[in-house]
Design a protein around this ligand. Structure first.
Ligand SMILES: O=C(O)CCC(=O)C(=O)O
Ligand SMILES: [Fe+2]
Length: 346
């Protein structure tokens, strides 16, 4: 059953036991304070591109404090609106229409791509209060276009354009980050994507939930990506980030893109940049949507800390790992509420 169906069917204020958080009861589930996460003006950042401008300093402080930041002046505005509208329209359709894109082969075998819930890999897995449409966008020749919604008609073009535009923003920011680290090559991260980098899109739908104090929209996790570019609902909050053992609300600034540092950047930067732990909380009043783009190094490649960030004072803090193997680990650990990054720490 999809979470959207569950949410619609619940007459009494209760939710099935699998969704109820048990191990996290001590975590502060409400009353978070808004995190003062800065907005980086991309145009300004690129104009003074020696890595020492005010905007670059702001970027450094945002990454070091929060591991995530918002980006304005990115040139993606019109496409963002199209993408969010198309995603909203997809989830608004009746269940049968969405089930054409199901992530269950023959109704039972789970595949990553398509519409539905997460794979359930153990009976005690705590489920998330969300339905998703998960699609591989790059490499382009690996797209399963049959799983890309034909309705609304704008969906496919919007996703294609949105990914292309955001890919440029991501490269600009990764070059600025290489400068902050004073790496010899500004393209250090960009080049590391390899020949066949992987980009996945995740359109998430979080219905209203009768028991927000017991149920997560998405469990605490860090992203296994290089970076994640996220477009959040500009009407409803829910995303929170962990810092100093306290959960903070991530602010909503309409028309900004949210960049989240992923584990692959943490590894390549030898821990100078860290991937933040974040989660999504639910609410009783309003559904919420988000569209995430996961940018990853070619899964067949290995990643390791940059030799330039290893020295006498700071040894290599992470082991070399094949990206594909890291993903497998990451998914398993996520379902168990554990962090994959801990498995590659020296
Ligand atoms: O929906 C959101 O705001 C965040 C989603 C997220 O963290 C993820 O999909 O990795
Ligand atoms: Fe995430």
């Amino acid at each position: 059953m999809t979470v959207q169906e569950l949410a619609g069917a619940l007459g009494t204020p209760d939710v099935p036991a699998q969704y109820i958080v048990r191990a996290h009861q001590d975590q502060q589930l409400a009353a978070a304070v808004v995190a003062p996460v800065p907005v980086i003006d991309l145009g300004r950042l690129l104009k003074h591109c020696d890595g020492t401008s005010d905007e670059a300093a702001k970027l450094r402080s945002a990454i070091e404090s929060w591991g995530l930041f918002m980006v304005s002046n990115h040139g993606v505005d019109a496409v963002m609106d199209d993408m969010m509208a198309a995603s909203r329209e997809f989830f608004r359709q009746p269940l049968e229409a969405k089930q054409r894109y199901t992530n269950l082969i023959s109704g039972e075998r789970f595949q990553f791509e398509g519409y539905g819930n997460d794979r359930v890999s153990s009976p005690d897995q705590i489920l998330d209060w969300t339905d998703r449409l998960y699609l591989k966008v790059e490499p382009e020749d690996e797209r399963h276009v049959a799983l890309w919604p034909a309705h609304p008609k704008t969906f496919r073009d919007a996703l294609h354009e949105f990914t292309k535009k955001c890919g440029g923003v991501k490269d600009d920011l990764l070059r600025a980050m290489a400068k902050l680290l004073q790496l010899d090559d500004d393209d250090y991260f960009v080049k590391h994507f390899g020949e066949r980098p992987l980009t996945n899109a995740r359109c998430s739908y979080y219905p209203e939930c009768p028991r927000p104090e017991l149920v997560f929209g998405l469990k605490p996790h860090s992203d296994g990506t290089v970076v994640t570019v996220l477009m959040v609902d500009d009407r409803v909050g829910g995303l929170q980030v962990l810092k100093d053992r306290v959960w903070w609300d991530v602010p909503i600034v309409p028309h900004t893109l949210l960049m989240i540092i992923g584990d692959q950047t943490e590894i390549m930067s030898n821990g100078v940049f860290r991937s933040p732990v974040h989660r999504v909380v639910t609410n009783t009043k309003k559904e919420r949507l988000s569209v995430a783009l996961d940018y990853s190094v070619d899964p067949e490649k290995e990643i390791e800390p940059s030799a330039q960030l290893i020295n006498e004072k700071r040894s290599a803090l992470y082991t070399k790992v094949k990206v594909k193997d890291y993903f497998a680990r990451n998914y398993n650990d996520f379902t168990q509420g554990k962090m994959a990054i801990d498995t590659v720490k020296v």
